[in-house]
Design a protein around this ligand. Structure first.
Ligand code: MTE
Ligand code: MO
Length: 496
């Protein structure tokens, strides 16, 4: 192998190792990749006088400068290892070994050191060895010639760029997420009253709590990774069929004062008995107040809301102005919205399925008419209008029960209308009244319980909710498409 090619093979091997180590650092979520750790270590080890001299020249760019120097050094030393690979293999191996040890030491010496950082350095060393071996074999094999070496080198080069690029992308997204998470934690939202009202939760073992904790709240959206929005940069533009167009900031909303409301939200894709539903307290600005501020022009019947990532949602103005607690929400269970649940600002509207009301990461409101647009899910076959249907769910018992008194329990809901009763029937018999827990308003689900005197054997239990208009839920089965499932929830129980 010519010296020039030896040098090239080594530099390529070093570049591949850097690319792979960047990617692995991102995959393992390390705070610093080996190159960055080496750069930081160089800064730390540079004698004060020299460092000051450098900083006086390059200013705040000392970190990029250190990283660039490290990269150049790695490439040059890699080149040397490639140069020595054929004739002085031992020197070459020793040099690679020294580099791996130096990088490992830098990783371990940093705050937040992780043992896995050493693994990354060792893998990077293995990459150098493999690339050198492959390139030099491509050169010496009988059939091979210049083209084989170049072709192999080209493939490795492309792979290096892809690995490094992917690592960079993943890493920068992670850093951005951490930055937004810090901004979220630093927010001072006025303290909220999030105490669970008394009497709402029977407290039965194995039953979901009346208040759904934020980290257990169901999540449905079309984004692979949630939008990352800095609350200081967030804006909501309100325009369309309005008298006065306005643009709101996060602080504008805080200045208006937040109202709190207990609201159960539910996904249209929730099958009968399903768990795409949750209940919490939301703090926000009443949407009606904002609509009054901008002034709705005659003829408008819809709010077309758009999220930062381009998802769209059509909500009837009627539901936003009829006096129900429709909120432009900033908090969820007393804290700023979690990022996956719409941080910094989302909508919550009692009584409408999420896809027609609950826009997360909302940044644009257009007052318009349903006749003039089709929102994201309507374009895909779902209904334009979708109020939440009267439903009950059975949560207890689970699977088996022992003969005698059995606690049959669950929840029922029809936000914005409320539930007046729940009935239970065993093996298709008569409907019998269950007991309801308390609720603070008509917008939340209500827990119910029924004491069943159970005989041994296999049984089925069904339930139905009756809303505050005295209407029982329908027993007729319907799937979730186009506007929500119906039918009685039913479970099979083995009593022993
Ligand atoms: N930006 C955006 N908002 C969205 C969605 C979405 O895909 N993108 N999905 C909606 C749907 S279908 C539901 S059911 C609710 C779910 O809210 P959650 O994830 O906070 O429970 O958010 C709604 N808001
Ligand atoms: Mo949904």
């Amino acid at each position: 192998m010519t010296p020039r090619r030896g040098l090239a093979s080594g530099m390529l091997a070093a570049a591949a190792a850097v690319g792979v180590s960047e990617a692995l650092a991102a995959v393992f979520n390390l705070r610093e990749s080996p190159v960055l750790a080496l750069g930081q270590t160089v800064i730390k080890l540079t004698p004060g006088g020299i460092a000051e001299g450098i900083i006086s020249v390059v200013g705040k760019n000392d970190k990029p400068l250190a990283v660039a120097s490290v990269l150049v050094a790695i490439l040059l030393l890699g080149g040397l290892a490639g140069l020595w690979w054929s004739a002085r293999r031992a020197w070459s191996l020793a040099l690679i070994g020294v580099l791996v040890v130096a990088a490992s030491a830098a990783m371990v010496g940093r705050p937040y050191a992780y043992g896995v950082g050493v693994v990354v350095c060792v893998i990077a060393g293995a990459v150098v060895l493999s690339v050198l071996a492959v390139l030099h074999r491509a050169e010496v094999e009988p059939a091979s010639g210049r083209r084989d070496f170049l072709r192999t080198a080209a493939i490795i080069g492309v792979a290096t760029v892809i690995a490094g690029g992917a690592g960079e992308l993943l890493g920068s997204r992670r850093r951005r997420r951490q930055q937004i998470e810090r901004a979220r934690t630093a927010l001072r939202v006025p303290s909220r009253n999030v105490a669970v009202p008394s009497g709402v939760d029977f407290g039965a073992k194995d039953q979901p709590r009346w208040l759904t904790p934020n980290d257990e709240f169901y999540r449905i959206d079309t984004s692979l990774t949630p939008p990352l929005i800095d609350p200081n940069e967030w804006r909501l533009r309100i325009h369309g069929m309005v008298d006065r167009e306005i643009t709101l900031t996060y602080q504008d909303l805080l200045d208006r004062g937040l109202a709190d409301a207990w609201i159960t939200i539910c996904c249209v894709s929730n099958r009968v008995g399903g768990d795409l539903i949750g209940n919490t307290t939301w703090g926000g600005v009443p949407i009606k107040d904002l609509l009054d501020e901008v002034g709705i022009k005659p003829g408008a019947d819809a709010l077309l809301s758009t999220s930062e990532d381009g998802w769209t949602c059509g909500t009837p103005l009627e539901a936003l102005t009829d006096g129900r607690n429709a909120l432009l929400a900033l908090t969820m269970n007393g804290e700023p919205l979690p990022i996956p649940h719409g941080f910094p600002v989302r909508q919550v509207v009692p009584g409408l399925y999420g896809y027609v009301s609950a826009t997360k990461w909302v940044t644009d409101w257009e007052i318009t008419r349903f006749a003039d647009f089709e929102a994201y899910w309507s374009q895909r076959g779902w209904a334009d209008q979708a109020p939440i249907k009267t439903q009950a769910r059975i949560d207890l018992p689970r699977g088996q029960a022992s003969a005698g008194k059995v606690n049959v329990a669950g929840v029922a809901w029809e936000p914005n209308v409320g539930i007046s009763g729940v009935e239970v029937r065993i093996d298709g018999g008569d409907w019998q009244k269950a007991t309801l827990a308390k609720v603070p308003n008509v917008d939340t689900w209500v827990q119910w319980a029924f004491q069943w005197d159970a005989d041994k054997g296999d049984h089925t239990i069904e339930a139905r909710a009756i809303n505050n208009n005295g209407e029982p839920q329908t027993g007729e089965f319907a799937g979730v498409l186009p506007d929500g499932a119906t039918g009685y929830p039913g479970i099979g129980v083995k009593v022993v």
